[in-house]
Design a protein around this ligand. Structure first.
Ligand code: NOJ
Length: 745
C-alpha cells in the first residue's frame, strides 16, 4: 500500500523540508503579493498594528451592545484585524459592516473553535481518531467547515495536533492521541477537510494547527504547565504532526500557553522563526493562544505587557488573541526601535495575504449569506455522516462469551445509568451551535432499534453520580431484565481545556452502581462515555462486555445501538493507551527495552518494573475487537536486504475467519535493533483498514523505504542506519501476529 503521507513528508530535518505552499510563488500568489504591498503602502503604523489585534465577541450581548461601545469603536477605527466568538450570518454581517466604516475598509476575519462540528456534532476528535479512517475524518472536518462557513466563519481553531500521552490532561480529548505517525496522518486529513479544495471556496474555512508546540507534554498532565523535553523528543514525537499540517496547507498556526525548556512557546523564536517560518518556509500566520502574549508576564519571561508584546512579535507570533499587548504597545515599540518595521510588516503581510486569498476584499460578506446558512445547516446528509463516523469510532474493548451483539428477539433489556438518557453528555466539549434537543440519547437509540425486545430504563443517579438513592430502582429493573446496558463515564465537562484530573477513575459512585447491578447475576454490557482513557479495573475484569463510545456526538445513541445490536460491526482501535493506574502514567506503547527488561513477570527483582503493578497497560494502543475474527498468515518480503534507495514490499494474507462481515485495521510496526540513538521496541509505520466478507481473504502489502527506517540522530539529522530491523504486523500493538527481519546495507 502506498501511504498518502510518505515518511519523507514527515521529515523535519532543518534544511531538508519541502513545503509545497512555500515554494516559488505562482501567478496568483504574485498577484496577491502585489495587492498586499499596495495596501500596506497606504497603512499607518496604528492601522498595521490593528491587523494583529484579535478581539473576542463572546461578551457582546448582541453584536452592537452599547456595553462594548469602545470595542465597536475600535473596529470602526480599523484597530481590530479579527474577531473570535462572533458567529451566524446576522451577527457577522453586522460586525463586518463596522469594519467597513474604517478608513481603509479592511474586512475582519471571523474565527471560532469549530472542533468537532458546527451544528451537526461529530464525535470528539480523540473518538474520531479511533476510527483510523482518513476519509471519514476528512469528511467530518469538511462538513464542520461547510456549516461554519455558511454561518459567517472564515477560520477555525482546529485541528489540535498535539501528541498526548498523559490522560490526566483533559485536552487529550481534542487531539489524535499518543502516536506521531497516526497523528500526522490525521492532522493532514483534518486540514484537507477544513480547507477543502481551495481556500476561499465558501464550503471551506482556514485551519489552524495548534498548539505550537509540545503543549501535550505538560508536566504531570496539569493544563498550562511547563514542558521540558530534549530536542530529540521534540523533533521525533511532537513536531511531525505540525509538519504534516503545514505540508497539507494549514493556513494558520496557533502557539501555546506552555513554556518549552524555559521559554514560553509564544515568545519562542526557535519554534516560530527557526523551525516554522525558517526551515519549514511556512507562509501562513501564527496566532497566539488566548492571552498567551500577556501570560509571558506571570511566566516570568516578560517584565510587563509592553515587554511581552516586543518578545512575542520578535519571536514570530503574528496575531495577539485577546492579549491587548500588541494593541496597547506595538506602535510605541516600533517607534523606539524595539520592534523593526520589517518585523511588523511581515506579520501584517501574512494576515492580509489570507484576507485576499479568502476573497474578502472582493466581497467582505461572501461567507455571510442568509440563504446559504439556512440550506447548509438544514442538510440532512450531515447527520448521516455523523452517524457513520460515530459508529466507526466506538471501540469494542471486551466481549465475554460473545455477549454482543444483542439479539432483538423478545427479551427484556434494562438500559440504566446516569448517561443513558443524557443528550448534553453525548456532545462533549466545544459545542458551538449544536441542536441539543435533536441529539439522540443512548436510551432513544436503543428504543428505536430494539425490534421485538422490550426496553426498561432507570437513571440510577444524575450525571456525576453523587447519590445512590436511585440504585434500588435500577437494581430492580436489572433483576427483571435478561441483560443490562449500563451507560456511565465522564460528563461532557470533565474532559477538555482546564479539565486535568489527578484521579482518572470513574467519577462519583458509578463503580458502586456497576457492582450493585452485577450482583443481580444478569449480564452487564457497559457503554462508557469519556473524553480520555479512564481507569476502571473492576469493570474491566467483571463486566461481560465493554464498548468505549467517547463523546459520540449528535447521532451517538443511534451509533451505540447499531453497535450493540450488530447492525454495525465494530472496527475502531484505540489511538491512546489505557493505563491500569495513574501511577503508570505517562504510558504509551512507545517503550524502550532498557538494560534490564522484564523477561518473566514473576521475577522482576532489579528489573525495570514496579513491585506493585505489571508494566503492561489495561488496553494497549491499537486494541479493538470485532464481532468476527481475522487470521494473519504468509508474510513475505520482496527482499530480506535493502540497498540504497531500494524499496521493499512486505505482504501477508488477511482472512475473515468468522461468521460476519467485518473491518480490520492492520498495523505495521518496526524496531531498529541497534542504532546510534536507542529506538523504541515498536513504532507504528503504517496501517490499512480492510473490509472482508466471512470466508474472504486478501493479500495486503506495505512499501518500506529508507524513510520508513529513518529517525533523528543526536545531531537531529534524519536518516537510516545500516543494520537489522524487526518488522511486525498485527491487530494491536500488543497483538503482533507476524514478524520478519529486514537488513539495511
Ligand atoms: C484557548 C485554547 O487553548 C485554544 O485551543 C482555543 O482555540 C482558544 N482558547 C480560543 O477559544
Amino acid at each position: 500500500m502506498k501511504n498518502p503521507i510518505t515518511h519523507r513528508a514527515l521529515s523535519l530535518a532543518i534544511g531538508t523540508a519541502t513545503l509545497a505552499m512555500g515554494m516559488a510563488a505562482n501567478a496568483q500568489d504574485a498577484q496577491i503579493d502585489r495587492k498586499v504591498a499596495e495596501l500596506m503602502k497606504k497603512m499607518t503604523v496604528a492601522e498595521k498594528v490593528g491587523q494583529l489585534h484579535q478581539l473576542s465577541g463572546r461578551q457582546f450581548t448582541g453584536p452592537t451592545s452599547s456595553a462594548y461601545a469602545d470595542k465597536l469603536a475600535d473596529i470602526r477605527a480599523g484597530k481590530v484585524g479579527s474577531m473570535l466568538n462572533v458567529k451566524g450570518v446576522a451577527d457577522t454581517r453586522e460586525i463586518q459592516a463596522l469594519a467597513l466604516q474604517s478608513r481603509l475598509k479592511i474586512p475582519l476575519l471571523f474565527s471560532l473553535d469549530v472542533i468537532h462540528g458546527y451544528q451537526t456534532v461529530f464525535p470528539v476528535p480523540l473518538g474520531e481518531s479511533a476510527s483510523w479512517d482518513m476519509e471519514a475524518i476528512e469528511l467530518s472536518a469538511h462538513i464542520a467547515a461547510k456549516e461554519a462557513a455558511a454561518a459567517g466563519i472564515h477560520w477555525t481553531f482546529a485541528p489540535m495536533v498535539d501528541v498526548a500521552r498523559d490522560p490526566r490532561w483533559g485536552r487529550v480529548m481534542e487531539g489524535a492521541g499518543e502516536d506521531t505517525y497516526l497523528g500526522s496522518r490525521i492532522a493532514a486529513a483534518r486540514v484537507h477537510g477544513f480547507q477543502g479544495k481551495q481556500l476561499g471556496a465558501t464550503d471551506s474555512v482556514m485551519a489552524t494547527a495548534k498548539h505550537f508546540a509540545a503543549y501535550g507534554a505538560a508536566i504531570a498532565g496539569r493544563d498550562y504547565n511547563a514542558v521540558d523535553m530534549s530536542n530529540q523528543q521534540l523533533f521525533e514525537t511532537y513536531l511531525p504532526p505540525f509538519k504534516a499540517a503545514a505540508d497539507a496547507g494549514a493556513a494558520t498556526f496557533m502557539n501555546s500557553f506552555n513554556t518549552l525548556n524555559g521559554v514560553p512557546a509564544t515568545g519562542n523564536a526557535f519554534l516560530q522563526r527557526d523551525i516554522l517560518k525558517g526551515a519549514w518556509k511556512y507562509k501562513g500566520f501564527v496566532v497566539s493562544d488566548w492571552g498567551s502574549v500577556r501570560e509571558m508576564v506571570p511566566h516570568g519571561y516578560a517584565a510587563d505587557l509592553s515587554d511581552a508584546a516586543v518578545k512575542a512579535i520578535n519571536a514570530g507570533s503574528d496575531m495577539d488573541m485577546e492579549g491587548y499587548a500588541y494593541s496597547q504597545h506595538l506602535e510605541a515599540a516600533v517607534k523606539t526601535g524595539k520592534v523593526k518595521m520589517a518585523t511588523l510588516d511581515d506579520a501584517v503581510r501574512r494576515i492580509l495575504y489570507k484576507k485576499f486569498e479568502l476573497g474578502l476584499f472582493d466581497d467582505p460578506y461572501r461567507y455571510s449569506d442568509a440563504a446559504r446558512e439556512k440550506t447548509v445547516l438544514g442538510d440532512v446528509s450531515h447527520r448521516a455522516a455523523a452517524l457513520d463516523v460515530a459508529q466507526k469510532s466506538i471501540v469494542l474493548l471486551k466481549n465475554g462469551n460473545q455477549l454482543l451483539p444483542l439479539s432483538r428477539e423478545a427479551r427484556r433489556i434494562a438500559v440504566i445509568g446516569p448517561l443513558a438518557d443524557s443528550q448534553r453528555d453525548l456532545e462533549g466539549g466545544w459545542v458551538v451551535q449544536g441542536e441539543r434537543a435533536k441529539v439522540v440519547s443512548i436510551l432513544e437509540g436503543m428504543r428505536s432499534h430494539a425490534g421485538k425486545a422490550e426496553i426498561s430504563y432507570a437513571q440510577a443517579c444524575a450525571p456525576g453520580c453523587t447519590s445512590n438513592e436511585g440504585f434500588a430502582d435500577a437494581v430492580a429493573k436489572a433483576a427483571a431484565a435478561d441483560v443490562v446496558v449500563l451507560a456511565i463515564g465522564e460528563t461532557w465537562d470533565q474532559s477538555g481545556e482546564a479539565k486535568s484530573r489527578s484521579d482518572i477513575t470513574l467519577p462519583g459512585q458509578q463503580e458502586a452502581l456497576f457492582n450493585a447491578l452485577k450482583a443481580t447475576g444478569k449480564p452487564v454490557v457497559v457503554v462508557m462515555l469519556a473524553g480520555r482513557p479512564l481507569v476502571f479495573n473492576t469493570i474491566a475484569d467483571q463486566a461481560d462486555a465493554i464498548v468505549y463510545a467517547w463523546f459520540p456526538g449528535s447521532e451517538g445513541g443511534n451509533a451505540v445501538a447499531n453497535v450493540l445490536f450488530g447492525d454495525y460491526n465494530p472496527s475502531a482501535k484505540l489511538p491512546i493507551t489505557f493505563p491500569r493506574s495513574v501511577g503508570q502514567i505517562p504510558l504509551s506503547y512507545i517503550q524502550y527495552n532498557t538494560g534490564r527488561p522484564v523477561t518473566d513477570e514473576k521475577n522482576v527483582v532489579y528489573k525495570s518494573a514496579y513491585i506493585d503493578s505489571v508494566n503492561t497497560p489495561r488496553y494497549a494502543f491499537g486494541h479493538g475487537l470485532s464481532y468476527t475474527e481475522f487470521k494473519y498468515s504468509g508474510m513475505t518480503l520482496s527482499s530480506p536486504l535493502m540497498n540504497g534507495a531500494q524499496k521493499v514490499t512486505l505482504s501477508f494474507d488477511l482472512a475473515n475467519t468468522g461468521k460476519v462481515e467485518g473491518t480490520e485495521i492492520v498495523q505495521l510496526y518496526l524496531r531498529d535493533m541497534v542504532s546510534s540513538v536507542v529506538r523504541p521496541l515498536k513504532e507504528l509505520k503504517g496501517f490499512e483498514k480492510v473490509r472482508l466478507k466471512p470466508g474472504e481473504s486478501r493479500r495486503i502489502s506495505f512499501t518500506i523505504d529508507r524513510d520508513t527506517l529513518s529517525f533523528f540522530n543526536s545531531q537531529l539529522t534524519w536518516g537510516a542506519e545500516a543494520g537489522d530491523f524487526k518488522l511486525m504486523v498485527g491487530s494491536a500493538s500488543d497483538d503482533i501476529r507476524l514478524e520478519s527481519t529486514l537488513k539495511l546495507n
